[in-house]
Design a protein around this ligand. Sequence first.
Ligand SMILES: NC(=O)C1=CN([C@@H]2O[C@H](COP(=O)(O)OP(=O)(O)OC[C@H]3O[C@@H](n4cnc5c(N)ncnc54)[C@H](O)[C@@H]3O)[C@@H](O)[C@H]2O)C=CC1
Ligand SMILES: O=C(O)C(=O)CO
Length: 328
Amino acid sequence: MKPYVFITRKLPDELVKPLMDVAEVEMWNKEEEPVPAQLLREKANRATALLTMLSDTIDESLLDASPHLKVIANLAVGFDNIDVPVATKRNIVICNTPDVLSDTTADLTFGLLMATARRLIESANYVKEGKWQGWSPYLLAGHDIHHKTIGIVGMGKIGQALAKRATGFEMEILYHNRSRNEVAEQQLNATYCSFDDLLTKSDYVVCLTPLTNETKHLFNKQAFQKMKSSAIFVNASRGAVVDEEALVEALQTGDIAAAGLDVFTKEPIDVDHPLLSLSNVVALPHIGSASIETRTVMMKLCVENIIRLLQNQDPKTIVNKELLSQNC
Ligand SMILES: NC(=O)C1=CN([C@@H]2O[C@H](COP(=O)(O)OP(=O)(O)OC[C@H]3O[C@@H](n4cnc5c(N)ncnc54)[C@H](O)[C@@H]3O)[C@@H](O)[C@H]2O)C=CC1
Ligand SMILES: O=C(O)C(=O)CO
């Protein structure tokens, strides 16, 4: 009997085809809506493998109810939606999609920084809404990007790709990370800083850390108060690294100048959330890695990882590496 694999979103058939050759595959039939939690639970109960989205919660109770599960391939590099320690205890391999999305996410993050600094969305709407009466010296004037200081919190793969883009704008690059990044220092001339130093010195503060117990609400009232009043905050990691109430207050009181946000604590964010009413906020619907090319490669990587695991080979990318020698 073929192993049963459940995919929690409608993906293109041609990308899933290789999996169908080795497994019985079922997919949730909607592209834009997550699978209901109860249905996921029922499917997971029979599944040997799951291909999940970052919007699916894979917690202890779901893992408890999934006795045959061998692998979960998450269509994301981030895996904060999965209880990895519990999965590891149950010998369930967790795969993610690192590297393949770093350049695409860095492009979006730098684009978001530019859109926020130069007020691109506000300006485009201004024209389309017929508000443009004529040229004037400070009409929709924003802030320079070139030769300014960017502070990157989380100098990992995406952070490094972002720093590379910042060098093209001749920016001074500061970074804060769990450990020193020699490539960033030697090849990109980035300078390591304490978190507080980075906050006080940067014109642009960009968050690219994973969401962990340590980074939850890292950007709180105190952090925003340490930033320059002209600083622009950009978050392309996970919403919960930010205390959103504190961010609203910082933007309203002028502790910081503006924010570019690709991610939110609750996704989708409620349309009446105070952040969305502020003209100095650019909000995007979590599209960091959303290019057709990159999403296709991410899907292929998930499919390949599941096939490899089902054939008792090492996956190409794994989160809980400690399981490699045991399982694969
Ligand atoms: N907006 C979007 O669509 C996307 C968001 N992401 C988010 O970006 C995150 C980073 O992705 P990668 O760069 O590939 O991961 P990575 O693992 O290569 O880099 C993360 C870096 O953050 C550092 N870090 C962890 N905890 C820290 C802390 N407390 N203080 C300072 N630094 C800390 C790590 O040392 C590491 O260098 C993902 O975990 C994900 O949450 C990733 C892709 C797309
Ligand atoms: O990969 C991730 O972690 C994302 O947020 C989407 O690509």
